[in-house]
Design a binder for this molecule. Sequence first.
Ligand code: DQA
Length: 139
Amino acid sequence: MAILIINGPNLNLLGTREQSIYGSQGFEAYLTKLQEWYPQAGLQYFQSNSESEIINKIHEVGFEIGGIILNAGAFTHTSIAIRDAIAAVTSPVVEVHISNVHAREAFRHKSYLSAVCKGVILGFGLDSYRLAVEYFIKS
Ligand code: DQA
């Protein structure tokens, strides 16, 4: 099995960025743990601050990979283009968020992506990613 985690804009700054919301752990360290916990998941990782690079990556892997775990960051709330990319491919996509976006500013309550994703996991900190991995390895 292979699963690709895609992190969008500003998520390269996890661990230093707004720690009261996103915590103090960097994503690479967490990814190493995930790979140790779930060796069978074949976890791969891609991060980009660019909408076009995220779309290109979804196109590149989205007809063959077992699943995509996508935290599109702020593009979640703005990007019809990423939504269309998810709808265009055949691999299932699970939308994740570290924070509970519904408990935050109103502009974060709208996701353009959720309707074309398999499901959404949010609000559990970095554990949101682990819960998404659990979904894929059990399905
Ligand atoms: C986020 C929530 C978004 O609203 C925000 O723009 C992010 C991170 C989350 O993981 O909680 O960059 O996707």
